[in-house]
Write a new protein. Structure first.
Length: 660
């Protein structure tokens, strides 16, 4: 219990109590009077002895009541209060951040921020539902855990046990923090669903208790709608972190069995970090360590820290088979989740390419320079039609069609020139003359290291592509190169004959041919040097004959999966970063077939773990507390009430005696 104004109460007591006691010391002075009866002789003797100024203090019920009343009045002026959460019957929503930054261990006990947040949330629930004679009317509380997605852990309830158990069930994730869905859920549960009163609150807006480090990505996009927000800031302002923001694995064109690894390391600290070790591992075995000096983060004029990005390249090494490539920062900082990144690398695979109905040596000459496992540069149209009819289009990885269009194209990977293929959505409508390039989609994989700005096309076919057709090169009269991706069909269509342009004469033409073969040849290989993000589902296609499909999570637990009608298995969302291993049995396979899927954090914003001391949501500025938030119940109204009761009792006793 604490006192707001103890000095004022003490002054009142010192000023009033002594005069009251002094009044009981004084004797009454009464004048002499004749008496009518000897029955009053004893009373007269007492009156005669009262003519002295002082008498011996005698205990009396009136004195006790008056002293107690003055004591209660003095206590009321001191304003005592008990530490407890005021409950007025309203609703409260706990928003507990369980994103990647909340797994940081920057406190003295090496607990994660999420553990600290759960502990403080439990303490607040204990105070809110402490009960007792002095407690206010209890309200209801809901608990929501959020990272990239929000999850209702407990609906509105006034059960303290249910709320405490719900807090204990919250588990960490490695997702990025987003507040939008959490606020939407909170408002959905506090909104009247009456059709005649849509979006009308059931009562006053709920009070939101936010437990977070404030590193919320979409904070600037949120606005409070009458809710009261209490921000419980979690974490230390002296947090230390270095993380991996990007990682890439590639095979050089001239060495398809070799591997190159690139990584981007971010330093969030305002000081330089010399000798930071970064380790490269293959299937869990370390193969090399590089040291890098990390440049310090910069601080702008507003005091905002801008992390410094440092790039790292490992020397190429031979790795013809598939493997899991791991890049890890060998350093003890406060956030481990962004210190490791994995990439699943497929085995080196040489592609098979067919050239259908070649009209010149232009395409075959460019294809001969590629490292292919098999090729047919003189395939006829009849042979292609036979492959399509026999459902054997996978005999080659990529087909180049030189001014030839088959009867149907529903599956396969094609590069077509000139004649428009029979694919819905291309919509040819005329002939174009003397076109030049106006714009190119340089982000497309086929345009990597390619410059086609100087292409001149004398004759082409004009197209009106559908919305799902991607234009790669836009000419002065219409598209010159488009892409169609529809299920098993992947098509790159060039609307002109190469001989009707200067395209084969440009330096970028051989590079473009290589890019097209590499892109189409590996399209659909979802695990090829790609990784998912926390919060996404892990999806793998398995053979139709696959049996007993299982997935092993990064924490070692195993779950059984059931393939869909399209022979796909899906699990998720993936909460933690790491390698997810999908295995299954096949009738003719030796042992279980394995396919890995990597999930990485790779977030430069989530790695900035210094907590925000103040949150700005719309026009609302909320300052966070880095300690435990205390709420108090005032006791002075009860003291005043007791004082009034004592005064009424004293008045009743006094008048009762006066009538005797």
């Amino acid at each position: 219990m604490t006192w707001l104004t103890p000095l004022a109460g003490a002054i009142l007591a010192a000023a009033v109590v002594p005069p009251l006691v002094l009044l009981y010391f004084l004797r009454l002075r009464r004048s002499s009077a004749p008496i009518a009866s000897t029955l009053l002789w004893q009373r007269s003797v007492e009156d005669l002895t009262a003519n002295a100024p002082f008498q011996r203090l005698r205990f009396g019920i009136l004195l006790m009541l008056q002293l107690l009343a003055l004591a209660m009045l003095a206590i009321a002026i001191m304003q005592p209060r008990l530490e407890a959460q005021k409950r007025d019957g309203g609703r409260t929503v706990f928003l507990i951040d369980n994103s990647a930054s909340m797994t940081a261990t920057d406190n003295e006990d090496d607990e994660t921020r999420l553990d600290v947040a759960k502990s403080r949330a439990r303490s607040l629930v204990e105070k809110m539902y402490a009960g007792g004679f002095m407690a206010d009317a209890p309200g209801e509380t809901m608990i929501i855990a959020f990272s990239g997605r929000a999850e209702v852990v407990s609906r509105f309830t006034d059960s303290k046990t249910a709320l405490l158990n719900a807090i204990d069930r919250i588990q960490p994730t490695h997702g990025e923090s987003s507040l939008a869905e959490a606020l939407q859920l909170a408002r959905a549960y506090t909104t009247n669903v009456n059709p005649d009163q849509q979006d009308r609150p059931m009562d006053d807006p709920a009070t939101i208790e936010l437990f977070s480090d404030g590193r919320i990505q979409d904070l600037d996009d949120q606005v409070l709608r009458g809710e009261a927000l209490n921000y419980h800031a979690i974490g230390s302002t002296e947090a230390d972190n270095v993380g991996i923001a990007a990682v890439s694995v590639d095979r050089p064109y001239d060495r398809p069995t070799a591997v190159e690894v690139f990584a981007s390391i971010i330093n969030y600290n305002p000081v330089e970090i010399p000798g930071c070790e970064v380790q490269l591992s293959i299937d869990g075995t370390g193969v090399g360590v590089q040291e890098i000096t990390l440049r310090p983060a910069e601080v702008d004029e507003d005091g905002v820290i801008k992390p410094a990005r440092n790039n790292l390249v490992f020397l190429p090494f031979e790795q013809p088979r598939g493997a899991v490539i791991e890049v890890a920062i060998v350093r003890n900082d406060d956030l481990i989740a962004d210190n490791i990144a994995n990439v699943v690398l497929p085995p080196a695979r040489q592609l098979k390419v067919a050239l259908v109905e070649p009209k010149s040596r232009v395409l075959s000459f460019a294809l001969e320079g590629l490292n292919l496992s098999d090729h047919n540069f003189a395939m006829t149209g009849e042979e292609l039609e036979a492959l399509i009819a026999d459902d054997n289009i996978d005999a080659y990885d990529v087909y180049f069609l030189d001014n030839y269009a088959p009867k149907a194209m529903t599956a396969g990977r094609f590069v077509t020139f000139g004649v428009t293929p029979p694919v819905e959505g291309l919509n040819p409508y005329g002939e174009g003359k003397a076109q030049v390039v106006l714009d190119s989609d340089t982000d497309h994989p086929t345009m990597r290291y390619v410059t086609f700005d100087n292409i001149f096309v004398s004759t082409s076919t004009l197209l009106e592509p559908a919305r799902d057709v991607r234009v790669i090169i836009e000419g002065s009269e219409g598209p010159l190169m488009v892409e169609v991706l529809r299920g098993p069909l992947a098509l790159i269509h060039v609307t002109f004959d190469p001989l009707e342009s200067n395209m084969p004469l440009l330096r970028s033409f051989p590079t473009w041919v290589y890019n097209v073969v590499d892109y189409l040849g590996h399209i659909g290989e979802s695990v090829a040097s790609q990784s998912g993000k926390p919060g996404e589902a892990v999806t793998v296609r398995v053979p139709a004959s696959a049996q007993d499909v299982r997935i092993e999570l990064p924490n070692g637990t195993t779950e059984t999966l059931t393939p869909s009608e399209t022979n796909e298995v899906s699990w998720g969302p993936a909460r933690l970063a790491g390698v997810y291993e999908v295995t299954w049995d096949e009738p003719e396979a030796e042992g279980r077939v394995r396919r890995d899927f990597a999930v990485n954090l790779l977030s430069d914003r989530e790695g900035d773990i210094v907590p925000r001391e103040t949150l700005i949501i719309g026009s609302t500025v909320t300052k966070g507390d880095l300690g435990t938030r205390a709420a108090y119940t005032p006791l002075w109204p009860w003291a005043v009430g007791v004082c009034l009761m004592l005064m009424m009792t004293e008045w009743w006793i006094f008048h009762r005696r006066a009538r005797i």
